[in-house]
Design a binder for this molecule. Structure first.
Ligand code: GDP
Length: 298
């Protein structure tokens, strides 16, 4: 099992003589442990390196307060900085830009990331919590089962889905969804795009075409929070090609350490808006930076 950062650091500081302020040497030794903890939590190497640099400046020379041990103090500095990076400038990460009805929301990501499930969860939330009328449409023309899955979810949560018409392209379905959402007086229409097991050019081109056809107000990337470094590469790729407005991290009910969240935030600069916490339709939460920070620290 992982040793948490407090345990690691108390070991380090126990060996050092008590001083009035954290010395350069104390901080350097402590930060080596912080670095290991970050890497074990699946934070990517360059992000861990930058992070360490940022806290080095903050920690050096800080007076050691009497109430806490130097180890606890470093953990607090690291924790606060994690929250700072994870939270960014967003005041309300879970708020979606829903203004001109019908507002298009594009859901993108790899197959198996939890995209369809998250589309349903979010539609349910928008309906029940925000009082919006939502229409969902599956654009997965390659997997009829995926289209069916969204229809079943829709029935289950009481959210309308666009009727399935065989033989249409993804762009045609997207346009039909827009039309139906307009005519039907919906506030939001959500497009669940097709995923692949890996990023490929055809997939990206298709998502780009859909994006250009509907001009989404939000483009949410759904990524499996357990996939660590892969999740970060996926986020970079989708953001570079499609331009995402936010991230939904799924499978955070698993035992992943959450380092991917930090890396993704640092690399793309895009907010993590929601976290998936299970297979059920209400297992979706707004992103809480402190919870992920706590998980990264162990
Ligand atoms: P898609 O291919 O990206 O549309 O993925 P699906 O939505 O079909 O999800 C794939 C599997 O992951 C399904 O069995 C979902 O129930 C499951 N899943 C989705 N989100 C979560 C989550 O947050 N936690 C857990 N434990 N399972 C999830």
């Amino acid at each position: 099992m992982f040793e948490n950062l407090s345990e690691r650091l108390s070991g380090v500081f126990d060996k050092l003589t008590k001083q009035g302020a954290l010395s350069d040497e104390d901080v350097k030794t402590a930060l080596r442990e912080v670095r290991v903890a970050l890497l074990e939590a699946d934070v990517s190497l360059p992000v861990a390196r930058d992070f360490i640099k940022a806290i080095q400046d903050k920690a050096t020379g800080q007076a050691v307060t009497k109430s806490v041990t130097p180890g606890q103090q470093v953990v607090k500095i690291v924790h606060d900085e994690l929250v700072h990076v994870l939270a960014g400038d967003e005041e309300d990460p879970g708020a979606l830009k829903i203004d001109n009805p019908p507002t298009p929301i594009l859901m993108v990501g790899l197959q198996g990331s939890g995209k369809t499930t998250t589309t349903g969860k979010l539609a349910k939330r928008l309906t029940e919590k925000n009082g919006k009328r939502v229409l969902m449409a599956s654009l997965d023309i390659y997997r009829p089962a995926a289209m069916q899955q969204l229809a079943v979810l829709g029935t289950q949560i009481g959210v309308d889905t666009l009727p399935i018409v065989a033989g249409e392209t993804a762009v045609q379905i997207a346009k039909r969804a827009k039309q139906q959402a307009t005519l039907g007086g919906y506030d939001v229409y959500m497009l669940d795009t097709a995923g692949r097991l890996q990023i490929d050019q055809t997939l990206m081109q298709e998502v780009e075409d859909v994006r250009d056809a509907v001009n989404p107000r939000e483009t949410l990337l759904v990524v499996d929070g357990l996939t660590g470094q892969v999740a970060v590469e996926v986020a970079e790729e989708f953001d570079g090609k499609i331009g995402i407005s936010g991230v939904v991290l799924t499978r955070m009910d698993g035992d992943g350490r959450g380092g991917a969240a930090l890396s993704m935030r640092a690399v793309t600069g895009k907010p993590i808006k929601f976290v998936g916490l299970g297979e059920k339709m209400d297992a979706l939460e707004e992103f809480h930076p402190e919870r992920i920070a706590g998980r990264i620290l162990g």
